[in-house]
Structure formats: C-alpha cells, structure tokens
Design a protein around this ligand. Structure first.
Ligand code: GRF
Length: 210
C-alpha cells in the first residue's frame, strides 16, 4: 500500500499546492489522503478540494487553554485516517508531545529561514534587521521544540539591497515551492520502503544555493 500523507495548513496553502502538483506530475509512490486546517477559512482548503483531496478542519479555538487536548485530537484524526507521514505547510500551531510522540520521525515542516537562525515568526524582517546577506528556507523534522527538529535540506537566496520583508518573503517562497516537494519525495522514497521504520534512518542536510 502506498504511504498515506496528510498536509496540515492554516492559510493560503501555496506550499500545499506545490506538493499536490508535484505528487501528481511525478506520480509519487504516496497518496495525499487528507488536507487539514486549524482555521475554517483557510484558502488552501478550497484548493485541496479542487484537487479532489479530502479536507478536514480542527478548529484550535475550540480548545482554548487546552493545547494538549488539541494535539491529542489531531493525532486521533490522523490515526483514524491511517496517515503515515504528516507534512506541515504553513501550519501555524506549535505541536506538543501528544502529537509529536505518536508521529515521531514522521512529521516534516518547511520554515522560511536558514535554521537554526530565526525560529518562530517574522523571519524575513529579522534577517534584514540583522544585516544578513543570505536568507532561505529549511525543511526539517518536527519535534516538540519550536522549529528545532533535525534539518533535512536548505535553499538559500541572496538578500538584496533595498529588500523589505515582503520582497524577501516572495523570493524565498519561490524556493520553498521547489525544495519542499523535492525533499518530501526523497523522504518518501528513502524511508517508506517496505519494512523500514521511517523514524530510524538518518539523513544529512542538503544545501541548495541560489
Ligand atoms: C511559508 O512561508 C512557510 O515556510 C511558512 O508559512 C508560509 C506558508 O505559506 N511556514 P503557504 O500557506 O504555504 O502559502
């Protein structure tokens, strides 16, 4: 059976769309079985439905002050759907152990900075304010730390004179759309071979320079 993927989003879902496009065009050995948003109005839900992908909403606002319960419920939803690999694509919630433990080694994220630089929010502005000459994005495994799991690959872009956060974000996003599908596909091909524990194998960081 092909591994079953869930893509988790909170907003427009452009990375999700890039993943769906690549999965279809390259005929991946995996099935995107579910797109789930923690926000009912996330634009990406419509895009997913247009691709014929099953969608779900788990509204975090119903779990105010009970983060652990949200995480446990999320894990249950994905386990019910027999999800093998969780792909965070602009999913704006920090996941705790009730989620990361059951899916340990099977959660990927893309973050718009060259981790370990600038975990968290406002990455592009922080890179500009620091006077950096290079920015980029990182695909990493997700654990309970904020953007702190093992990095798998990075793409770099120059920060140009006069760049503001918006211009830089747009340039980085172009690279995200290339990098994420490539790394997810490699991850699937290398770690979901029959009989292999995806959490057990190691990988090194691959850098893509622009
Ligand atoms: C991307 O920049 C991603 O790296 C970050 O949030 C943004 C999501 O954009 N985590 P989109 O929803 O994929 O368009």
């Amino acid at each position: 059976m092909k591994p079953r993927l869930a893509i988790l989003i909170s907003g427009r879902g452009s990375n999700m769309a890039a993943l769906l496009k690549a999965a279809q065009a390259e005929n991946w050995e995996a099935e995107v079985s579910l797109v789930l948003s923690n926000k009912p109005l996330a634009g990406g839900l419509k895009t997913a439905a247009e691709h014929g992908i099953k969608t779900a909403v788990l509204d975090h606002r119903a779990f105010r002050g009970r983060r652990g319960d949200f995480d446990a419920q999320l894990a249950e939803v994905l386990q019910d759907q027999k999800i093998d690999l969780v792909i965070l694509a602009g999913f704006m919630r920090i996941l705790g152990p009730n989620f990361t433990r059951p899916f340990s080694g099977r959660i990927l994220n893309i973050h718009p900075s060259l981790l370990p630089l600038y975990p968290g929010l406002d990455t592009h502005q922080r890179a500009i304010d620091a006077g950096d000459s290079v920015a980029g994005c990182t695909v990493h495994l997700v654990d309970e730390t904020l953007d702190g799991g093992k990095p798998l690959a990075q793409a770099k872009v120059p920060i140009l004179p006069g760049d503001d956060a918006e211009a830089l974000a747009a340039r980085v996003l172009v690279e995200e759309h290339q990098l994420y599908p490539r790394v997810v596909r490699e991850f699937i091909d290398s770690r979901f071979k029959i009989g292999m524990d995806p959490a057990a194998s190691s990988g090194s960081v691959v850098e893509v320079e622009k």
